[in-house]
Design a protein around this ligand. Structure first.
Ligand SMILES: Cc1ncc(CO)c(N)n1
Length: 205
């Protein structure tokens, strides 16, 4: 099973994970500030979990994938600092608690500790690719949010995601347990959709 085959096989779930009213509202500038703020704070919590997940993955990785995962960790560290400065700018508290979907996503990533390496690496790719595909739908983004759209659509990020896809393809080429791969992919697609739903629903509060 190749990474892109997962997208073909689960096209509807993937579409729902990467197309959302939240992103349309980022694109046309109509997003409610509460929804944006909620997303930012929750994504900061998420990113901390993702950094920890990648750190555990690094410990499992074969020599050939170490540099790629280290680059991921460096990017996650920069992303956390960037979120901290954005929170300052927008006067948001990053100490607000993680909401249930964010907690569930963190638990999912924690659980990957017990997954086979190819499944965990595919997951790292799918998580990053979901954001690339999602934010692409908001391009170029209204001026207010353009910087956010650029963060997950710029050429360097696209290259990184492409490298992850190749590494995941190589790891999966000798891995037989398709069911496990499908299950993790579908969990990610669902959690991504729920994450957008969560942020979007904050507009109603
Ligand atoms: C919810 C979510 N998915 C993926 C990424 C990509 O790192 C992110 N920052 N947040």
């Amino acid at each position: 099973m190749q990474p892109l085959q997962l997208i073909e096989r689960h096209a509807a779930e993937w579409h729902a994970a990467t197309h959302h009213s939240f992103l349309q509202a980022v694109s046309n500038g109509s997003l409610a500030p509460q929804a944006f703020s909620a997303w930012l704070v929750q994504d900061y919590h998420f990113a901390q979990g993702e950094l920890a997940f990648q750190a555990r993955l690094l410990a499992q990785a074969p020599r050939s994938d170490q540099a790629l995962i280290i680059n991921g960790l460096i990017a996650m560290n920069a992303e956390l600092s960037w979120f901290e400065s954005k929170a300052d700018e927008f006067q948001l508290s990053l100490h607000d608690p993680a909401l249930p979907v964010t907690v569930a996503y963190g638990e999912f990533m924690h659980g990957l500790e017990h997954a086979a390496y190819p499944v965990a690496l595919m997951s790292m790719w799918a998580i990053e690719y979901a954001y690339l595909e999602a934010w692409k739908t908001a391009l170029p983004g209204s001026p207010k949010y353009r910087e956010f759209v650029e963060r997950w659509t710029n050429p360097a990020f696209q290259t990184f995601v492409g490298e992850l896809e190749q590494a995941a393809a190589a790891a999966l080429s000798s891995f037989e347990a398709d069911k496990e791969v499908d299950a993790a992919f579908l969990d990610i697609a669902r959690l991504e959709r729920e994450f957008w739903d969560m942020a979007w629903s904050q507009a109603l509060h």
